[in-house]
Design a protein around this ligand. Sequence first.
Ligand SMILES: Nc1ncnc2c1ncn2[C@@H]1O[C@H](COP(=O)(O)OP(=O)(O)OP(=O)(O)O)[C@@H](O)[C@H]1O
Length: 852
Amino acid sequence: MEQLNRSLSKLKPPSTIVRSNSSSALSTALAVAAAVMNENENYSATTFFGNRSISTVTGAGTGIGLNNELKKDHTLTLEMLEPLPAKTVAGVKRKAEDDARARPSSAAAIASSTRPATNTRGITATTTGAARKPAAGAQRQRQQQPPPAKPAGRTPLQTQTRPPGRATPTARPTTTARAPLTSTKATPISAAGRTTRVTASTAKSRAGPPQPAPTRATTRSRSTTPAPGAPTTQLKGTGKGVAVPAGIELPAKKKRAAWDTKGRLEDMEELTGALHQMLNKSTGNITEITQTLETNANKIEELESFRLGLESKVVGKEIENNDMLQKMSTVEQEIFMLNRKHLDNMKTLQSQQAMEVEQEKSTETRLQQERDMVESNLRTANNHLEQQVQESANLRTTIATQSSNCLAFETDNRALKLKIERKEDTIARRETSIEELERKLSDSETQVRKRQQKVKDEESGRRKLYGTIMDLKGHVRVFCRVRPHGPSDGTVTSIDYPDLEGREIVLTTAKEPKYPFTFDRVFAAASTQGDLFEEVSQLLPSVLSGGNACVLAYGSTKTGKSYTLEGSSGSAEESMGLIPRSILQIYEAIRAPESNDWRYTLESRQIGIYNETIYDLQAPEGSSTSKVHEVQSDPGGGTAAVTGINMTELNSAVMIGSLLRIAQRRQAEIKTSLKDNYRGGHSVFTIRVTGVNSGTGKTTEGFLNFVDLIASDSHLEATNVESSGSKDSDNTLAGGVVDRSLKCLADVFLALSSKDSQVPYRGSKSTFVDGSNTKMLFVVHISPLSVHLEQTLRSLRFAAKVNNCLLPFGAPSAASKSSTAATLAASSSTPSSSTSSAASSMGVPLRRTKAT
Ligand SMILES: Nc1ncnc2c1ncn2[C@@H]1O[C@H](COP(=O)(O)OP(=O)(O)OP(=O)(O)O)[C@@H](O)[C@H]1O
């Protein structure tokens, strides 16, 4: 039995929805509830008006069987969600009565009516529970199990029900007291919610404790679980086609045969009796239900009246509500106006606030700036104050130091006073000694002046002695200089320097083994410019003393004449020529302490003589080369001048370099201008030294001339030295030189060498110069190359004549001692003028004295 109950509880009863007309909606629902109640322990019936739920009927219990036997306690709850109209309530009552009369078939009718009505105002009754399924389940259970032994007074159906007094598994105790179904009690639950709850309890159970009324939810959940032992609505079979209603117990009988008509009639009569008995019971139940329904109808009428009262209240409340809504509308308008006004005020206030904020910001910025400025000033003031404090502290320290120093000073002062007193004594003694020393100094100065005078006298004597020495050496000295040769210059003539004094030179050739020559000095190829200047420098003192000196460079082409006088431009110091060396020497001399009383002025001039025409070689570049210059002699025997050519004062020795370069460019211009008529020329560089003695007022004027003679072979005729022989050297020398100036020079030297009393100074268109105050160096330049041997021998022979005509040095002969001859090229056509011009062109003072 327990196993059968568990199987039944697992069955899910289907829901049954019944929809009926509105007039009988509630009655239909109640009928359904009553019908279900007969078969189902748990049920729920909900009544709708359209889609709105107006009532719910729930029940719990074992239900009432068709045999009108209440088998178990049950609870019926009717929840009125909406007040029902009175007509509806009356309809329900009638329906309930009708249902009560047609109870046996109502359940089947309701169960078979599963399609809802189309009227939206109808009532929908939903029943849940084991209306048929549990019964079918129970039937299956009965079919599967063998029929139990029939106890006395019990039908098989009764054995399937729950024992009396046993609670339903899903039943919940209700809060309402169990009461007979006829004593239905209506209890309004909530007036505001317009609901009415009707609770009906049936206490016809034969046993069991009171059960609490289930809620709708619990009822639904409970309804999903079929109650074990629920009564079935299926009638028992009673043989062929005879159905025995459920709950009717018939004595077990064998199946009668078809031919046993009598037996079968008896069975039918017995069944009819049982049906009458069951009908009587159902009629009693229906009476009870009718009474219950009447009670419910009364209650519904009360509820309806209550609902009407509530509706009138609702109408009043609605009127109040409308008034309240109108007031609310007015208030809302006022609120809207107030809000708008409030918004306007807010905007105004916001704009004012923004302006105030801006003003506050500007004010804050200004205050910030003022604060920064004040802080800056404060910092500055603090710094200043700190400085003041520091200075004050320093001053205090200084004052303290000064105070201590003052004390020390006072101590020192006293000590110093003592020292001063001692020093004064010392000074007095020293003044006495100073007077003594001043007297001695005066004596010493007197001695110094005497000694200076003595030095001057000695200097004068030295100069006189130097003059004497030069006189002893002779006024004309002849040197020979050999030009060095290069590696690619060709064959070199063998040249020997046999004596240790450097006065002899010997040339050796194949035909004539030796050509010996003797001069005042021979400078070999290895000699330097400085070696030659040692000899020239001996002439300078006489120039500073007002004497004259002349250096004649003689020789054939490219033998080094210009190199000796001017040096090599732009080269090293050792290649510096005699002219710049002499200038440097003179500057050193005039700045020496010995020359304290003398003030010197140096001037220079350089002329060129080309084709018997005089050119100013220091003229500015680009000036005319066709300017004609003439020599103007000084009748008083002074320095001759050249018209149009002035001396240039020298400020320093550095000027010489630029002047020489100007002259070189000028010579190139002249050469270009003369074109085919150019045959070389002479160059005379003159330095005038003027001295003034500040002590005596004495003045001096000396000339230093550097004569770069025209190349001796420039106009050489076809003269064969070898063929003429050395014995004919005189004629060869004279006839070999076609340049007129050199020829005149040669004539003079030849006359002198032959001691001829008739020296052709004038007749030879040469210049005769009294050489008593002129010192001359004649330097013959020769080439070491074999190819130049002929010209070399010619130059050496000419130099030897010059040397011989004046020698012996220092001999007391009148001619050699008293005169120095210098005959230079002149281009005058008349002897007088040529003599004058040539001499003057060299800057040599003209002294018209006859040679002795
Ligand atoms: N002693 C020397 N040492 C080095 N080089 C020399 C020497 N003598 C001459 N020379 C060189 O020989 C070349 C010719 O010299 P320079 O021009 O002086 O001869 P010159 O006799 O003056 O010629 P010209 O007759 O054509 O005027 C130059 O390049 C010069 O530097």
